[in-house]
Design a protein around this ligand. Sequence first.
Ligand code: 5GP
Ligand code: MN
Length: 338
Amino acid sequence: MNSADIATIKSLLATPQNIVIIPHKNPDGDAIGSCLGLSKFLDCLGQNSTVVAPNDYPKFLKWIPGNEEILNFERENSQSKRLIEEATLIFTLDFNHLSRTGQMESYLEAASADFIMIDHHQQPSDYARVTYSDVSMSSTCEMVYNFIDSLDGVSKISKDIATCLYVGIMTDTGSFKYASTTSQTHRVVAQLIDKGAENMQIHQQVFDNNSPARLHLLGVALNNLVILEKYKTAYITMSQDELDKHNYSKGDTEGFVNYGLTLDGIIFAVIFIENKEEGIIKISFRSIGDFSANEFAREHFNGGGHTNAAGGRSDFNMEETTERFIELLKNYQKQLNS
Ligand code: 5GP
Ligand code: MN
């Protein structure tokens, strides 16, 4: 953050504000961790803030400190709308465009509050009074740590704040292994552990809480894996029927897409997940190296994200979607093999 932005934020936070903090739709560990970590820090400054999520999030995050204080826009609809309307300051965390909040978008557009964006996705849009966007960052949680540091607030980081921020850094870096993990990320994480984040316990609570049904669903996913050697690509499909048969609940397919990348020689991995209720196929893209999952998702599947991790959607059925995907790959054969 530059010094002008820091000065603006300091002056905004010098008086009591009605603050709402918003993650993207289908929030992940980084979105939830950053919102709750920021909310708890703002509490320390004597501010009043509420996290409003566009919809529900996976149960492997439902232990996180402050979990019970999060409002769900779908469930607590009128209360959420009122808070947005009355807000004087709205933080938007871990997304780059208001459309990423789904049905909240129009209410946010109509809000009179000042906006502050903290985010690490590519191509940020220009709606905020302060835009703290840095695509080189491992996670929004690392950015919230920097935000706190800019306000000279590191001494205020409690065990709960440290835990929230640790969750997001850990999940967005694939447990500290992705290219976005820097020595500075590790310095921040070291600070968070010193502040009380129980790293082993956090890891277990997020990753070692499988139900038998989820492991069986993983078996189905791996069985459906298709390898396209000449495109260095592997993809997985999951139909609604397969999900239903295994008692699918939100978050159960998290991480499945990464299995494709564990194959020797594969640099592009994709999962197509049918969502009958929304009438779409939700898609996750992962890549290794220079091949841009972000560009691919943006250009062909109405999505976006980061260079090596992006998401998107298709309004066609599964068969049409995968056929179209394979057709598209022909145009990328050179890039995928360079
Ligand atoms: P995931 O595949 O885990 O859902 O998402 C990977 C990354 O892409 C995350 O950073 C996520 O925020 C972003 N992302 C997921 N879906 C979409 C989408 O539909 N549009 C955009 N712009 N980004 C997405
Ligand atoms: Mn993130």
